[in-house]
Write a protein that binds this ligand. Structure first.
Ligand code: AQP
Length: 337
């Protein structure tokens, strides 16, 4: 009886995306990507958020290359493209179309409170464009188009999921239950992996190379970067993010990748120094990334296979997105045949 009830229950929808705005980092992997394969019993959509990258100037050739590379990384990280819809955001025009409508239901005041907008405006003071300001509206469209229940993201995106919920609730209160209200999925322990050179700052793919480990970094680069990672001068291996951000960040990476509790990770290094900590993190990172890189190399070298997967999946996403978009157009009163 119980099984029967479960069978008729609607499957959950999971949506997330990553911008191909740089080399995908260990922060992107631990904070988001790694969690994407946790939702076996849901309908999952993962996009390369290429439209979002245009809020910051991109080199067109690099952007194209990084988009294909990110698709291959998704698959190499274990996402089966026949089960998960892996697609390019710009291949589904409904994202931009819904964003226009939702722009008309979003207030300037709430957008100006977004911390990412404030941070990026400071970082790119010469290019504070309207797209940067309305970035959260496009992200809300990404999520709401698929009637998403869960959004696995890192902690930096929590505020954007919250504004998405507000926009959806506002729209629903005017037009009935059009959108599912999504929840963020943000495991606390891995919500924010820090920069290797400034461990009070988030690790970001658009920062200089030596501040992050890339998912595709070779073992020698991983070793070199971790050797230079900033720690502190007291020499004690202890998890204390406030007073020892560098050491705590390395311990987080170690415990997550080795699937240990923080206590286990700390006690495995008892009596040892920072050199041993860095060596342990290096080994764990290489062991995690090497098989991914091997699979990646095979996938990226089959361009035709990759393109046909992206085409197939874009069509699946387009079909689902159109259903929501049609409903929205009808609700707001756009004339239809
Ligand atoms: N350091 C991080 N720790 C944990 N999670 C992280 N994420 C990003 N950095 C960390 C999560 O990765 C996903 C993809 O992020 P995005 O590409 O949409 O943009 P972002 O959040 O702005 O990530 P970056 O790496 O900092 O990109 P740039 O430099 O282009 O702005 C998201 O789920 C994010 O939370």
């Amino acid at each position: 009886m119980e099984n029967q009830a479960n069978n008729t229950e609607k499957r959950k929808v999971v949506f997330s995306g990553i911008q191909p705005s740089g080399n995908i980092t260990l922060g992107n992997y631990i904070g988001a990507l790694r969690n994407f394969s946790l939702f076996d019993d849901a309908d999952c959509l993962y996009c390369m958020a290429d439209l979002h990258t245009l809020t910051v100037r991109q080199n067109p050739a690099d952007l194209r290359k990084r988009t294909a590379s990110l698709a291959a990384i998704y698959v190499a990280c274990g996402l089966d493209p026949d089960k998960n819809i892996i697609y390019c955001q710009s291949h589904v025009p409904a994202h931009a179309e819904l964003a226009w409508i939702l722009n008309c239901f979003t207030y300037m005041g709430e957008l100006s409170r977004m911390t990412q907008f404030k941070d990026k405006s400071q970082k790119h003071a010469d290019n504070i464009n309207a797209g940067l300001f309305t970035y959260p509206v496009l992200m809300a469209s990404d999520i709401l188009l698929y009637q998403t229940n869960l959004v696995p993201v890192g902690g930096d995106q929590k505020q954007h999921v919250e504004i998405c919920r507000d926009i959806a609730q506002r729209f629903n209160s005017l037009y009935g239950d059009v959108f599912t209200i999504p929840d963020p999925y943000i495991p606390k322990a891995t919500a924010k992996i820090m920069s290797l050179s400034e461990p009070t700052k988030k690790m970001s793919k658009s920062d200089p190379e030596d501040t992050f480990i890339a998912v595709l970094d070779k073992p020698d680069d991983i070793r070199r970067k971790l050797k230079r990672a900033v720690t502190d001068s007291d020499g004690e291996i202890r998890y204390d993010p406030e007073n020892k951000p560098g050491v705590s960040n390395l311990l987080t990476i170690l415990s997550v990748l080795k699937k240990q509790s923080m206590e286990e990770a700390v006690s495995s290094l008892s009596g040892l120094g920072y050199g041993a900590l860095k060596e342990a993190v290096t080994e764990a990172v290489i062991a995690e990334l090497s098989p991914i890189q091997e699979r990646y190399n095979a996938i990226i070298s089959d361009k035709e296979g990759l393109n046909s997967m992206l085409k197939r999946n874009a069509e699946r996403a387009q079909y689902l997105a159109q259903k929501t978009l049609r409903k929205v157009y009808k609700k707001v009163g756009l004339y239809q045949f």
